[in-house]
Design a protein around this ligand. Structure first.
Ligand code: 4NP
Length: 155
């Protein structure tokens, strides 16, 4: 590894899925001894400045990580040069990211689930309108992808 990876996780509001993906990846990077810069953002501005959804905060806490101080932000132009990898949770996020991306981008822009063999093209479903169970499912899928990503970046 000749560069420090910088990973941005992106969803719609930056209050449900991407804060969990960021948290899961921080845990996996730490376990793998990987020095990475990690952040998350939303494509929409609805929740800028807000903490994660209480259900995401509770889910992260179950896995030993406190995300309550995180503040949502919207993806911005500088992110396309700051980050080496930009991962969208779903296809709508991905097309919104691509729509604002500069023509030439060095960063890898992809669906998060594309990092998992056999899950390419799959989406991390939005748990916002459901109950707590959806957040546990979100954790499971983002944690699987985070583990694989940390492994890839350390090998
Ligand atoms: P997220 O979930 O994109 O995973 O943060 C959502 C958060 C807020 C809304 C939709 C999805 N919303 O419509 O406000």
């Amino acid at each position: 590894m000749h560069y420090k990876p910088a990973i941005l996780f992106v969803c719609l509001g930056n209050i449900c899925r991407s804060p969990l993906a960021e948290a899961a990846f921080r845990l996996e990077a730490e376990k793998a001894g990987l020095d990475a810069h990690t952040d998350s953002a939303g494509t929409a501005a609805y929740h800028v400045g807000s903490p994660p959804d209480p259900r995401s905060i509770r889910e992260a806490a179950k896995h030993g990580i406190d995300i309550s101080a995180y503040q949502a932000r919207q993806i911005e132009q500088e992110d396309f040069t700051r980050f080496t990898h930009i991962f969208a949770m779903d296809r709508s996020n991905l097309s919104n990211i691509r729509a604002i991306a500069p023509e030439v981008v060095a960063a890898r822009i992809a669906l998060l689930m594309d990092v998992l063999d056999g899950s390419g093209g799959k989406e991390v479903e939005d748990p916002y309108y459901g109950g707590d169970h959806g957040f546990a499912v979100t954790w499971e899928v983002v944690a699987m992808a985070a583990r694989q990503l940390a492994k890839e970046l350390t090998s």
